[in-house]
Every structure is written in structure tokens, then in C-alpha cells.
Design a protein around this ligand. Structure first.
Ligand code: DGL
Length: 291
């Protein structure tokens, strides 16, 4: 039996991660699941994000995934650790769930993939860093907690941008309205005396606003999007886990699933990825095991 790689997001944002995976590792089989019917997750409570994420991952394991990438910071920040510790070991002991927070933090402080906290960096080495993310991710403080492991006392500015995901989910990525809300959240961080030199887009939807974001920050600001860095670090993970790598399907299959209207999903996703695709609708919830 050949295993599939699962990529999960609340909506379209995870396509920015999948896009990079398809470019760097096109041979593998992938299933992308978007919980569009219940997106956005950003402002939902911890318990709800946890339950929705567990239902999605459970579904992907039933579909034949050996590993699921939570291509969603909100799910990674609020659900990943608990699922890994309290659910996976008894529900699916031979499967893996990976998140996007840890690889992003490695990239943000300039460390290579798979770095182990131990040799820490002085905060002077990293300078001031900025992360923009959903309210759920910012409130979880996950980026700071992970960053502190590598760079204690790190100078980090975090900004929640609650309107950006709804804008992207509704195709509002250009024009004066979108520009206004991009400035609304970025100006407080960057229109100051010592603005951060490096900005992490800590939400997988945000690269879809990249042209506007780039115009709103000072020239020379390094902007990190998660697609390329997650793909690079996932390739590294695969190389360190031959027990998974050897059994991954290599037929280049693509499966597209959404919890909302599949034709609408296919239209949006195909224009974002510039490739033709057909999607199917799945129902989540109701059949996954409780703790
Ligand atoms: N792409 C998700 C993330 O990275 C968006 C979360 C949401 O649905 O609000 O956080």
C-alpha cells in the first residue's frame, strides 16, 4: 500500500504551502483538505480549533495518509502539541502530524532545518523580528515560545491581522480596500524608529497578499513566506525518516477535498495554483473517536 501526504488547512491558505511542496517534490501523491465550510479558524476558541483539526487529521489518515502537514498556523499553534501527545499515540500510533510553527521559527532565526534547541543565539544576533498571524496564533504566543528555545529574550513584535484571512477567502487580494487593511496592521510595526528587518508571514493565507505587503514595508525588509521554508524542511524530514519515505506513493497523484462546495473550491484553487483540478466534498465530524 502506497501512502499519501496529507496537507490540511482551514481554507485556501495552505495552497501556498502545497504549491511549494509540488514544486520541490512533485513525484509524491498528495491530498489537500480545506475545511472551507468552517473557515476561518483564526478567532475560534482553543477547544473548537483542536476538535476541528482532529476531525480533519482523522479523516486524512482514513484516506491513507501516513503523514499530515498542518499547513495552518492556527491549527499548528493551538492543536498540534495536544494531538501529538494525547491523541496520536493511541488513535494512530504509526502516523505523524507535522506543523508549520517550528520550521518557521528555525528559518526566522536563520538556523538550518532540524536544528535542536541547545546552542542558543544571543538576541543581538537576531535583531528585532516581526510575525503577523491570526488572533488565535498570536494569542497562543506559540511563535514566541518556540523562538525563546533558540533565542532567549528575543526581540519579537507580534501583530494579529484578523481581517486578512476573510479578505483572502473572499478573493479580495488587490485594490484600495485590501491596501487599507494591509496598512492598518503593518504601519504600527513598521512606521517606527527601529522597524524590524525580518517579517514572517505566520499565516499561510498571507502570501496571497504579498504584493501589497511588500509595498507597505520599508525596502530591504526580508519577508519570509512559509511555503518555501516548510517545503525545504519537509524534504529534510523525509530524508531523516526512511521508514516513511520508502512507503510514500510516487505516482504524482493529486486529490482535492473540501467541506464546502467542490466546484467553487476547484475554481478558486485552480486559479491560485494555475492548474486545472477537480474537487470532492467531504463531511467532517461525527465519526472520529473522542479522547
Ligand atoms: N491559513 C491559516 C493559518 O495559517 C488561517 C487560519 C484561519 O482559518 O483563520 O493560520
Amino acid at each position: 500500500l502506497a501512502w499519501v501526504i496529507g496537507v490540511f488547512d482551514s481554507g485556501f491558505g495552505g495552497l501556498t504551502v502545497l504549491d511549494s511542496l509540488l514544486q520541490s517534490m512533485p513525484g509524491y501523491d498528495y491530498v489537500y483538505l480545506a475545511d472551507n465550510a468552517r473557515a476561518p479558524y483564526g478567532a475560534r476558541s482553543f477547544d473548537v480549533i483542536h476538535d476541528f483539526t482532529r476531525e480533519a487529521v482523522d479523516h486524512l489518515f482514513r484516506e491513507g495518509c501516513s503523514v499530515v502537514i498542518l499547513a495552518c498556523n492556527t491549527a499548528s499553534a493551538r492543536a498540534l502539541r495536544t494531538l501529538q501527545r494525547r491523541w496520536l499515540p493511541h488513535a494512530w500510533p504509526d502516523r505523524r502530524i507535522l506543523g508549520v510553527v517550528r520550521p518557521s521559527v528555525e528559518a526566522l532565526v536563520g538556523l538550518p532545518p532540524g536544528s535542536i534547541p541547545g546552542e542558543t543565539l544571543p538576541s543581538s544576533a537576531t535583531g528585532r523580528l516581526a510575525v503577523v498571524a491570526t488572533s488565535g496564533t498570536v494569542n497562543s504566543d506559540s511563535f514566541r515560545l518556540e523562538l525563546e528555545k533558540f533565542a532567549p529574550g528575543v526581540d519579537l513584535v507580534q501583530q494579529a491581522c484578523p481581517l486578512w484571512v476573510p479578505m483572502v477567502e473572499n478573493g479580495e487580494t488587490r485594490g484600495a480596500g485590501a491596501e487599507f487593511f494591509v496598512h492598518k496592521y503593518l504601519d504600527p510595526i513598521f512606521s517606527v524608529d527601529a522597524p524590524p528587518k525580518r517579517l514572517l508571514l505566520g499565516c499561510t493565507h498571507y502570501p496571497l497578499l504579498l504584493p501589497l505587503i511588500r509595498e507597505a514595508v520599508p525596502a530591504g525588509t526580508e519577508i519570509l513566506a512559509q511555503g518555501p521554508l516548510v517545503a525545504e524542511r519537509f524534504a529534510h524530514w523525509v530524508s531523516r525518516h526512511p521508514e516513511f519515505a520508502d512507503r510514500l506513493g510516487n505516482a504524482g497523484r493529486r486529490i482535492w477535498q473540501t467541506t464546502d462546495d467542490p466546484d467553487w473550491f476547484a475554481r478558486q484553487a485552480s486559479s491560485l495554483l494555475s492548474l486545472p483540478l477537480k474537487a470532492s466534498r467531504v463531511r467532517l465530524g461525527g465519526r472520529s473517536a473522542e479522547f
